[in-house]
Design a protein around this ligand. Structure first.
Ligand code: URP
Ligand code: ZN
Ligand code: ZN
Length: 469
């Protein structure tokens, strides 16, 4: 058997979440086989060994995006991408694994939604793990959850809002949490108190301000923190881990931290937009482009979320990628109760965070890796296969020239939409090379992908006690 490496990545600064050092990464059969400190001897190569020179560059684990909605149907709208488009765009932005939501469509059971998406994941150019989603409780749900856990899907999304669309009532939330306890699973919660949201929406509608420009007033910080508190007390009483998606306020993040200090296994995800965009965009010419739930907050709230992220109070950063087009965002902009929520972001997640937190605010590189790759992998049971550069791990690597900046234009991006909330922003942290399972798929601005190579990942035990945050 030919034991020479297939690929060597030489000369770069290798960064994991707990160390960084100049090193060579040795790859064979799609896996990392050795990480060799610079200056130490490297194994003999053959004519077939490819050598990628990363001198002057950073070599990081490929990003793991814990929160994508690929081809999602919610209400009257369906996002405009599939696994091929979304994962290709992910690569361009340095993400090599996505964790996508299997939200049941009308008439579909949670298990059917998972099975459908497991098949669709094969259409991607990189691997995808899945979160299930339960909307309504019935006697078949515990059996479905058991079957999903056997398939390696142990994280279950519960929405406390979007009544009559995907909202789970409080009884369902508690029942699902109880089942997850016995299955070693975790609740993934969108926390906004629906009764408060609806009463704010009613007020806005009466005042004639239910269009996109009034969005921030229809989903208050109070609504978020109220739901977070309620879910945390259930998680504490039931001793079930809970992960709060897209936290947008310092108060909500602090609730999670305090619960964690009391021994509750509770985790915070925030998103690039809650760290970089504020509610002044709702007064721009196109407020509808920024309609997402929770909404973008005041500048002082954004500053608070940034402070907490820098202070290690945030566990992961997910994109909450929703690839609606301009036409879709505009069609019902006169009523935020009807229009589609969410923004495209799987491609910009890593560069936005690299630019805003690493470049501008000196977030250590190890911490960047923790937030964007290692912690999402751990919390989804796919670590150490993903999220780390170590022998035995999949050779999912990105190489970044930290000095390179690019100006965002929707045309220059690869997501299946025609706008970006970051249009015109100058960002760094773009990968010059992306390696997926040992294959160099993107190199010096050229994509070399022929065919689908995605796999639906089975999550192992969800590792929650070794987060580096
Ligand atoms: O506005 C958002 N975030 N839309 C996507 C669905 C969700 O709530 O995550
Ligand atoms: Zn949500
Ligand atoms: Zn989401």
């Amino acid at each position: 058997m030919n034991q020479s490496p297939d690929l060597l990545v030489v000369g770069g600064l290798v960064v994991n979440d707990d160390w960084s050092a100049p090193a060579t990464v040795v790859v064979r059969d799609g896996r990392i086989v050795q990480v060799i400190a610079a200056g130490e001897p490297i194994p003999p190569t053959s004519d077939d060994t490819r050598v990628v020179d990363a001198t002057g560059h950073l070599v990081l684990p490929g990003g793991v995006d814990p929160h994508t909605h690929i081809g999602m149907s919610l209400g009257d709208y369906t996002t405009h991408d599939g696994y091929l488009e979304a994962t290709t765009a992910a690569l361009w932005g340095g993400t090599t694994t996505v964790v996508d939501f299997a939200i049941p469509t009308a008439g579909q059971t949670p298990l059917e939604a998972v099975l459908e998406r497991r098949q669709a994941a094969a259409l991607g150019v990189c691997d995808a793990a899945l979160h299930a989603c339960v909307i309504d409780w019935d006697d078949s749900v515990p059996g479905q959850l058991r079957e999903m856990a056997e398939l390696g899907v142990r994280t279950v999304k519960l929405f406390t809002t979007y009544r009559d669309v995907v909202m789970a009532d409080p009884g369902t939330v508690v029942r699902v949490m109880k089942s997850l306890r016995t299955l070693g699973g975790m609740a993934y919660v969108h926390a906004e108190a629906n009764h408060l949201v609806e009463s704010d929406q009613d007020k806005a509608a009466s005042a004639g301000r239910i269009d996109a420009s009034g969005h921030a007033h229809t989903r208050s910080e109070l609504a978020e923190v109220t739901a977070v508190r309620e879910v945390l007390s259930s998680a504490a009483a039931l001793d079930v881990p809970v992960y709060f998606v897209h936290q947008s306020t310092p108060a909500a993040i602090s609730e999670v931290r305090r619960a964690r200090a009391r021994g509750v296994r509770a985790y915070t995800e925030t998103c690039p937009h809650y760290l970089t965009l504020d509610d002044s965009v709702y007064q721009s010419e196109s407020p509808e482009l920024y309609v997402c739930c929770p909404p973008l907050r005041s500048a002082s709230t954004v500053a608070g979320v940034v402070r907490r992220t820098l202070a290690r109070e945030v566990d992961t950063i997910g994109s909450d990628h929703c690839c609606y087009t301009l036409e879709q965002k505009r069609a019902d902009r006169s009523d935020v109760r009807v229009m589609p929520n969410g923004m495209p972001g799987v491609e910009t997640r890593m560069p936005v965070i690299f630019t805003e937190l690493v470049r501008r605010r000196r977030l250590p590189l190890e911490r960047f890796v923790a937030l964007t790759a290692a912690n999402p992998a751990r919390l989804n049971g796919i670590h150490p296969r993903k999220g780390v550069i170590a022998p035995g791990s999949d050779a999912d690597l990105i190489i970044i020239d930290p000095a390179e900046t690019r100006t965002v234009t929707a045309n220059g991006l690869h997501m299946a939409t025609d706008y970006s909330p970051y249009e015109g922003k100058s960002l760094s942290g773009w990968p010059s090379t992306v390696i997926v399972k040992g294959e160099v798929l993107l190199h010096q601005g050229v994509l070399h992908v022929a065919g689908h190579r995605g796999k639906a990942l089975e999550s192992g035990p969800l590792v929650q006690d070794r987060l580096l945050c």
